[in-house]
Design a binder for this molecule. Structure first.
Ligand code: FAD
Length: 433
């Protein structure tokens, strides 16, 4: 029987970030990941928000991401751009970078920290007792942990096996996304019709003067909203063709897909982030529409702002187990607000004349005003908790100029020690909201 202090189910962005946090804190941690490699079929997140870049900066790895992506103003609410270039942070921008690259970089960092990743192995079941959790794997290897963290995505087996409810809203809209070859090149960019929002783009692009410029030729990335919510089955090239014809009157001669998938605006949140020795983070704890680009960012921040350092302290017996309950208390409200924001944005993106006036006139005008822009931009480029703050897992009392429980100093985003990752202190409060 292999035993670890913590086993993380799922090596996506949340699981990798949490593994890095625990590895830095000297915790015996391992990841179990269903995929045989870090390769990610399909495209998911296409960037990072400012707060996530700050978090990476506090761990000394921001440059690994910045050097691979495109810095840009990416924050927005219901596709109304929100400029954060006047925000008091050294990362007053977002970063365009596809999720497969984000995961590759995180996996490289976790590898340097020597965290073992059991790849090509799936968590099939769990059995919890007073001292730990037995984790049943698809390869039959017996595994046991003091704590199990489900970072295994929206359909989380860990969440279901722990009996944690996932209440929320069923989908009202669905979109197909794909990468395909085309006989006739469509007009790149974002389009709208009565079904909703659609877009064509390419994997390779540059941002010049704030504008996205795609490379010539090569496969095209498609996002097309379906007239009706599609079935929960794997979509086919035929489905994509039909959806394009319904919107554009042509399927542009699509062929040779690299991948095709479907996403919806299903919106759900775990009723509890902790059940005994089982914890949840990332999409396993909260799932919602990709509008606003919040999912990956919120998952990474679940891992860093609260769960990582708390779990490390409990495992090291420097804090009581009850500290873990405060993870739910602090992170559940953050994702609950993300869910409400994505519900609002999805509603605003509906295409009817009244909604267009509400979005393009009323909301646009409101968000061009100073205070609303700052408030919404802070939320969308965060999102972070407003109520508490955390100390970095590696801070010793002697190294850290602030202590747990006291209010953060006014200049907490600019703590000098944050530039020295080995002795860095972090906060998890946003000054913007
Ligand atoms: C079209 C689209 C666009 C998006 N755009 C953005 C964006 O711009 N910005 C943003 O922040 N977010 C975006 N998101 C959301 C983002 O992709 C997710 O929030 C993010 O991937 C969540 O990370 P995670 O690690 O929590 O879960 P996942 O990425 O789902 O990772 C879960 C991992 O667990 C593994 N796994 C699952 N079950 C098991 C098991 N039983 N045993 C072992 N391993 C298992 C999976 O293989 C996977 O690697 C987008 C999503 C979509 C669909």
């Amino acid at each position: 029987m292999t035993e670890h202090a913590v086993v993380i189910a799922g090596g996506g962005p949340t699981g990798l970030m949490l593994a890095g946090e625990l590895g830095l804190a000297g915790v015996d941690v391992a990841i179990v990941e269903r995929r045989a490699s870090q390769d990610l079929p399909g495209s998911r997140a296409d960037g990072l928000h400012a707060r996530t870049i700050e978090v990476f900066d506090q761990r000394g790895i921001a440059d690994r991401f910045l050097s691979q992506g495109q810095v840009a103003q990416v924050a927005g609410f219901s596709m109304i751009r929100l400029d954060i270039s006047d925000f008091p942070t050294r990362h007053n921008y977002g970063l365009g970078l596809w999720q497969n690259h984000i995961e590759r970089i995180l996996a490289g960092w976790v590898g340097e920290l020597a965290v073992p990743i059991h790849r090509g192995s799936e968590v099939m079941g769990i059995a919890e007792d007073d001292t730990g959790v037995d984790v049943g794997l698809s390869d039959g290897q017996p595994l046991r942990a003091e704590y199990l963290v489900g970072c295994d995505g929206g359909r989380s087996l860990v969440r279901k096996a722990a009996g944690i409810e996932f209440p929320g809203w069923d989908p009202t809209t669905s979109s197909l996304i794909a990468e395909v070859q085309v006989a006739e090149e469509p007009e790149m960019g974002i389009h709208r019709n009565a079904f909703g929002v659609h877009a064509f783009g390419k994997e390779e692009y540059e941002i010049r003067d704030g504008k996205v410029v795609f490379v010539d030729g090569g496969p095209v990335r498609v996002m097309v909203t379906e007239e009706h919510v599609g079935p929960p089955t794997e979509p086919t090239l035929r489905d994509l063709s039909a959806a394009l014809v319904a919107v554009y009157g042509t399927d542009y001669g699509i062929h040779s897909p690299t991948w095709i998938s479907r996403f919806t605006d299903t919106t759900r949140q775990a009723a509890a982030y902790r059940e005994g020795r089982v914890l949840l983070a990332g999409d396993a704890a909260h799932a919602h529409s990709p509008v606003g680009g919040q999912g990956l960012n919120t998952g990474v921040q679940d891992a860093v702002n609260y769960l990582g350092w708390k779990l490390a302290q409990v495992v090291h017996r420097t804090a009581p187990e009850s500290l873990l309950d405060t993870y739910h208390a602090e992170r559940h409200p953050v994702a609950a607000r993300v869910l409400r924001d994505t519900l609002a944005q999805t509603a605003l993106m509906r295409v009817d004349d009244r909604m267009e006036v509400l979005r393009d006139t009323t909301m646009s005008e409101l968000l061009s005003m100073e205070e609303p822009r700052k408030r919404f931009a802070g939320r969308m480029s965060g999102p972070v908790s407003l109520t508490t703050w955390a100390r970095d897992t590696r801070c010793s009392d002697a190294a850290c100029p602030i202590s747990i429980g006291s209010p953060p100093p006014a200049n907490y985003r600019f703590l000098p020690c944050c530039t020295a990752p080995a002795r860095c202190c972090s906060t998890s409060m946003s000054p913007m909201v």
